[in-house]
Design a protein around this ligand. Structure first.
Ligand code: URP
Ligand code: ZN
Ligand code: ZN
Ligand code: ZN
Length: 481
């Protein structure tokens, strides 16, 4: 098969501009972006007339093959990345989550092994779930030798992977020294634990108890605490799955003070509200149990405004698929329902439909929040997140006029549920290109097991140079007496 691909006649959309141009890809890289390119002999030619050509989506928050809450997610690194490619996402950043006391390098090697079957390019954030000198040392090895430049901290999930404030502080300090981005799942785990007991004591044992045990203030407290710690330590911070107005406001306030705080929003939190938890069918309600929970509808507009205003930067899915049988582990106790929902295949289409078709976002802003910003923050840019010569040929050819109705019946994820079931959407990928190869064409998915590469991400991304200067100018000085 030819390693040359010409995408002809489309409108190229980058985060900074749109232009009419053809895109030539050779050997897995983009080699030319210009009007009226000649097709080299033997090239595969894709007609993109009337369509947009954008950088492939980057989902900076997924959990494939995750062992969690006593079970393992349905999608492994093959099925999950294949579903991603079907939906136009060509890179995922997943999470290595060591058990408390498990050496980081052991967990990292385990996850790298699991990800060998990935069909798309992928990288890892590594969670810091405990602390000792070996964790300090392994963070260094991960950054310097393995290309990990972000560390995750779960402020919830008490008695499991929750990280206390001491660990948070030590890890943030170490991350700064290494030029890596600290990230947080912001929920106060002590409050969640207490509220779960209290809600159950009142006889609420079904999925409707889940949001009651995790109200917005529980999330906002943790977000503010993490932001304040990062401010004191002069570290950048990235808050994953911001779900409520209060957290978005905490980020906006900190940014207005000049702090380098970044926020991620999930497609689900932008579109689904908490009424799902009161559905009479246990399976339906339980299928929506994820943390933080879906919120009252008013929060959705705050999240959209955060994306529009630039206080929130990336969109993700937190793809973490459990089937009805697994969700039934919490039939008698909502606290035992494995937390997680899907969406890796639907993220781009639902965000285009609800974001661009509604006039909330321009196509360039769509590229920023689905690809370019994640590439910049996690230092994959301009290899990823940009349509330009020299970048990886990871592209989505986007048909803005294609109509379809989302359904579990046509999804590629192994999950048995679709968060966006029955939603009519306009705009979807006609072609997905990964490493210069057409991996999905008009619904014909040609994902290849093991074709995805592990991406090493260098430390000291763009936000670090300003932080270093600020720290030097603000260094404490003694009074000379
Ligand atoms: O409910 C969720 N989000 N499950 C995955 C783990 C996490 O908290 O991100
Ligand atoms: Zn989380
Ligand atoms: Zn997650
Ligand atoms: Zn398909």
């Amino acid at each position: 098969m030819s390693d040359t691909l010409l995408i002809r006649g489309g409108t190229v959309v980058n985060a900074d501009r749109e232009s009419r141009a053809d895109v030539l890809c050779v050997g897995g890289l983009i080699t030319a972006v210009a009007p009226d390119l000649e097709a080299p002999v033997g090239a595969t030619v894709v007609d993109a007339g009337g369509q947009y050509v954008m950088p492939g989506g980057i989902d900076p928050h997924t959990h494939m093959q995750l062992p969690f809450m006593g079970t393992v997610t349905r999608d492994d690194f093959y099925s999950g990345t294949a579903a991603a490619l079907a939906g136009g996402t060509t890179t995922i950043i997943d999470f290595v989550i060591p058990d408390p006391k498990q050496p980081l390098m052991d967990a990292y090697r385990t996850w790298r092994g699991w990800a060998e079957k990935a069909a798309s390019d992928h990288a890892f954030h590594v969670a810091i779930t405990w602390w000792d000198d070996s964790v300090h040392a392994d963070m260094g090895t991960l950054v310097r030798e393995e290309g990990v430049n972000s560390f995750k901290h779960f402020m919830a999930y008490k008695n499991a992977i929750m990280c206390d404030d001491e660990t948070l502080v030590r890890s943030f300090r170490r991350a700064l020294e290494l030029g890596a981005m600290p990230t947080v799942h912001a929920e106060n785990g002590e409050l969640v634990f207490l509220l779960q007991q209290e809600v159950k004591a009142r006889g609420v044992t079904g999925p409707e108890g889940h949001p009651l045990s995790r109200p917005p203030a529980v999330e906002a407290e943790a977000a503010q605490r993490a932001i304040a710690i990062a401010d004191v330590l002069n570290v950048p911070i990235y808050v994953v799955h911001v779900s409520c107005a209060e957290s978005a406001e905490a980020i906006a306030r900190a940014r207005a003070r000049g702090q380098r705080v970044f926020g991620e929003v999930l497609a689900g939190h932008l579109l689904i509200d908490d009424s799902v938890y009161r559905h009479p069918d246990f399976a339906f309600a339980a299928a929506h149990v994820m943390s933080p929970p879906f919120r009252e509808k008013t929060h959705q507009e705050a999240l959209w405004r955060g994306l529009q205003a630039g206080h929130l930067h990336t969109t993700a899915t937190d793809h973490c698929s459990f089937c009805a049988e697994q969700k039934a582990m919490g039939r008698l106790d909502f606290g035992k329902i494995p937390n997680g929902t899907g969406g890796v295949e639907e993220r781009l289409t639902v965000l285009w439909d609800a974001g661009v078709n509604s006039g909330r976002l321009t196509p360039s802003e769509f590229v920023a929040i689905t690809s370019a910003n994640a590439a910049r923050l996690f230092n994959l840019y301009p290899r990823k997140g940009l349509v330009a010569p020299g970048a990886d040929a990871d592209l989505v050819v986007w048909d803005p006029a294609a109509h379809h109705t989302i359904s579990v019946a046509s999804q590629h994820s192994r999950g048995d549920f679709n968060l966006f079931e029955g939603r009519p959407v306009v705009g979807r990928p006609s072609h997905t290109v990964s490493q210069g190869r057409v991996v999905c064409a008009l619904g014909d998915l040609r994902a290849e097991r093991g074709a995805g590469r592990y991406l090493k991400r260098p430390p000291f991304g763009p936000q670090f140079s300003a932080l270093g200067k600020r720290a030097a100018l603000q260094a404490p000085t003694p009074v000379l007496r």
